[in-house]
Design a protein around this ligand. Structure first.
Ligand SMILES: Cc1cc2nc3c(=O)[nH]c(=O)nc-3n(C[C@H](O)[C@H](O)[C@H](O)COP(=O)(O)OP(=O)(O)OC[C@H]3O[C@@H](n4cnc5c(N)ncnc54)[C@H](O)[C@@H]3O)c2cc1C
Length: 402
């Protein structure tokens, strides 16, 4: 528990009821946002969020907090742009300070192919509502004086896309603000309540089995992070998801302002500065699928080296701590939202390395689907059946690390 949770927000806890209209499994950002928007936009409050540990204990409390909409395909740009906009109003809507800050994101290219990719990103972003421009090396130096344009003599900086609305927000504050907003309107959040099975009537999912007994529900939503394939399998749904660890680290305080965020597809890392002044560095997923939360020195060595290539000042800093989350990766690097194929069982998953930024829009759209029974146009392209219908939403280059 931190000071924000202990003193600033008001939480009302309840004993679990035997039945709810909607049971949401997983008290991360996506589960809580779905509950929050069900309550605030649709007045649906007979809802329980069941979390096996404490809320935000999954990836929603472990990420590097980057919010952006500079994706590579129209459907993704539109969806993430909606989330960027909801985040921009998040503090006034929830009346909670989540330290949202617009910073701008430079996505650096080191090869001619990279330049073409970043030019294309700027074009597709502009066409579908996100603010991204292509910038030259001289402009990059003005935006971020700390960048070594020679890339250590090996990775010269040839240009970048500059996403003006790139932002960050304090991750744990986001999830607790959503929990508070939902609970204040009557939603029940039950921590330390693992779902161990699904109740079924024929093919239909009619509730969940938990460590605290069975709970019936008209609709069950899986907002599980990690192990989502196991829960879906209980509903008879096979998910094309592989779970991979993703590591990150922070350094000690860096005195000079590093106001923007920087990513490099070739060097496979991204960097920003936290409100405390630490440099926060993230990278690509571990190659081997695993549910392991173990952090390793090999990651620090390789990621640290790559980051210092572009940002040499990092050499003078020390690594303060590192951590790991487990990411549900879909084959096309896009999320999976909507109906699962099993009656009474909806999914919001496949959030991989990119789901923090999507929390408000993902929750808003899932809530609309639940309330109306109709899949909103914004998330229709991200349905599970796209894999069976051979219309995948391949957007690998936008995962942040590829
Ligand atoms: C190191 C790292 C850096 C990242 N950086 C970024 C970034 O900069 N920007 C970005 O957009 N995204 C980022 N991400 C990805 C982002 O954090 C996730 O996509 C997002 O948090 C997913 O939210 P969620 O609610 O789906 O999952 P989670 O936050 O993982 O929540 C799922 C919850 O389900 C619970 N659960 C699991 N099984 C059960 C069960 N059987 N019963 C009850 N509860 C259960 C878990 O305990 C967990 O709390 C990063 C991830 C990591 C690990």
């Amino acid at each position: 528990m931190n000071e924000f949770v202990e003193r600033k927000i008001e939480l009302q806890w309840h004993e679990p009821k035997r039945s709810y209209d909607v049971v949401i499994v997983g008290g991360g950002g996506h589960g809580l946002a779905t509950a929050y928007y069900l309550a605030t936009r649709h007045g649906i409050t007979n809802v329980a969020v069941l979390e096996r540990k404490y809320i935000g204990s999954g990836n929603s409390g472990r990420n590097t907090t980057i919010i952006r909409s500079n994706y590579g395909i129209p459907e993704a740009v539109r969806f993430y742009q909606r989330s960027v906009e909801l985040y921009q109003n998040f503090e006034s809507e929830t009346d909670r300070w989540v330290m949202h800050k617009r910073k701008g994101l430079l996505w650096v290219a080191h090869t001619e192919a990279g330049v073409r990719a970043e030019r294309a990103r700027a074009e597709v972003n502009t066409a579908f509502g996100a603010r991204t421009e292509f910038v030259t090396p001289q402009q990059i130096k003005e935006i971020c004086p700390q960048i070594d344009l020679t890339g250590g003599g090996v990775w010269p900086v040839l240009g970048a896309s500059y996403h003006l609305d790139g932002a960050s927000a304090r991750h744990d504050r986001v999830v607790w603000a959503l929990a508070e907003g939902a609970m204040r309107r009557g939603v029940h959040v039950h921590q330390r309540t693992a779902v161990t099975g699904l109740l079924k009537d024929g093919d239909r999912v009619v509730g969940v089995e938990t460590e605290r007994g069975p709970i019936a529900a008209s609709l069950v939503v899986s907002a599980v992070g990690g192990h989502v394939t196991a829960l879906a399998a209980m509903a008879g749904v096979r998910l094309p998801i592989r779970t991979h660890p993703l590591q990150a680290f922070v350094t000690n305080h860096y005195a000079l302002a590093f106001d923007q965020m920087v990513a490099s597809s070739s060097l496979l890392f991204y960097a920003s500065q936290t409100a405390r002044g630490e440099m926060l560095i993230g990278a690509e997923i571990d190659r081997q699928p695993s549910y392991s939360y173990q952090s390793g020195h090999h990651f620090l060595q390789s990621c640290g080296f790559r980051a210092m290539t572009l940002l040499p000042f990092l050499r003078d800093l020390r690594i303060l701590r590192q951590w790991t989350g487990v990411c549900d990766m879909s084959p096309d690097y896009s999320p999976i939202m909507g109906e699962s194929g099993a009656p009474g069982f909806y999914l919001t998953t496949g959030w991989g390395t990119w789901g923090f930024k999507a929390i408000p829009a993902g929750g808003e759209q899932m809530a609309e689907l639940i309330a109306t029974g109709k899949t909103p146009a914004l998330i229709a392209p991200f349905s599970l059946n796209r894999f069976a219908q051979d219309r995948t939403m391949a957007d690998r280059g936008s995962a942040g690390t590829h």
